[in-house]
Design a protein around this ligand. Sequence first.
Ligand code: GDG
Length: 483
Amino acid sequence: MSKLHIVANRLPYSIKKEDDEIELIASVGGLATGMKSVYEDYGGKWIGWSGLNSDDLEEKESQKIDSLLGEKNCVTVPLSENEILEYYEGFSNKTIWPLFHYFTQYVDYTPANWETYKKVNQRFADKVLEVCEEGDTVWVHDYQLLLVPEMIKSKKPGVTVGFFLHIPFPSYEVFRILPWRMELLKGMLGADLLGFHIYDYERHFISSVRRLYGYEINFNQINLEDRVIKVDAYPMGIDYDKFVNASTDIMHKSIHERSDLHKELEKYFLMAPQRRLVLSIDRLDYSKGIPQRLKAFGNFLRKYPEFRGKVTMIMLAVPSRGHVEEYQKLKKEVDELVGNINGEFGKVNWVPVWYFYRSLPFENLIELYASCDVALITPLRDGMNLVAKEYVASRITGTGAIVLSEMAGVSKEMGEAITINPINEDEIADALYKALTMPVDEQKERMQLLQHRIQRYSIFKWASEFVNDLNKVKELQQEFLAK
Ligand code: GDG
């Protein structure tokens, strides 16, 4: 039977290394959850990086890690310190990430980073070629590995290759800025099926292919001389039931069983019954529009003074890419803005912004989703944004409202949210007012529609639909070859 293998920058396990003890910790992230259902069913391997610097590992340790991961059907791609710097922090996170999120002013064009990106992509492809046979299927993920599809296809044309991009694909006018635009597109075009979160990214990609390569394109099919490539939109979903169940469990916990955070949240509401909580959760990333959101919240408190003392914003900013200069600057800016708002509006018994700069355990995340009246999700650009879907799934009472950026891929599926332009701080302030004063019946009506939609297109549906389409493309290729 032909197999299906997954290739992603990271493996679905992280490694805990203490003295001589090495432990694997399974990732609970969305991708790991969705892919688990796919690659295990198809008896394939997951090829990726362990997250460790190979320069720091003794040979015996590397062997032990490889063998533990091997037992989980994972194949490690080792990365040295310099490769982490140039391939991962460099070309992936300082070149592609800002460019694809329209932050052209942050793009770094260091040629050495590009050289290492190519070298590391080749190493990933070589590992894939070692484990897969002609007739197998390979599903490659995300912007760190844009060259891998072609590197596989050129060596083993009988392997069916799928590629999914988790971030936006920018418009041609932005993509063309990149000196290595031709090579990146060529790399992606090694795939037989290319998936994007939404139709806009698909359209941008097709437009770049048409303008830079001049290939013939019929709707979502790119016709090459020897094969065809399909391009389509697959909006990634979540493990909906996991959030419903976790939220239900939390609701049923007795006072003694509740976490400290949960008790604090309840205390906050007890202090004054009309109090409200607004939730903000992201990785601390400039694409997420965190400073703009804070300024908009300050604006809201200025414009609607009746809410002072009654609304608190809980802001969870998860540390991310701290070695990259732009992220360090962002951290400073956010710290200052939180301080300014709390300084300007805070009272002895009321803090306007509760700020957590850390990652919280899953249980706390659910408590936040379940307790907050409004989710304020205002990225400047976001491929999808799963937080919005997780909030919807966790609202088992059926209440709650979402203020959502029109720049997030998820906004295409959430017509019932209050959509805003994330640069427009005044519009966000008014949207927040609307969300906080929305009648309960209207909240429930909107939430019910959202819940049905998000439940239907879960992470499992997303993964199986992509794999089904990959299988269809495989048949199409065979017909094409037989002609
Ligand atoms: C990329 C694209 C696209 C957050 N804080 C904590 C925590 N989280 C979890 C959330 C959610 C995930 O992290 C964040 O997912 P997003 O989709 O919002 O954002 P990115 O990390 O930027 O992901 C994005 C995604 O890929 C999938 O394709 O949607 O557009 O940028 O699942 O729950 N989890 C825990 N503690 C936290 O403090 N446990």
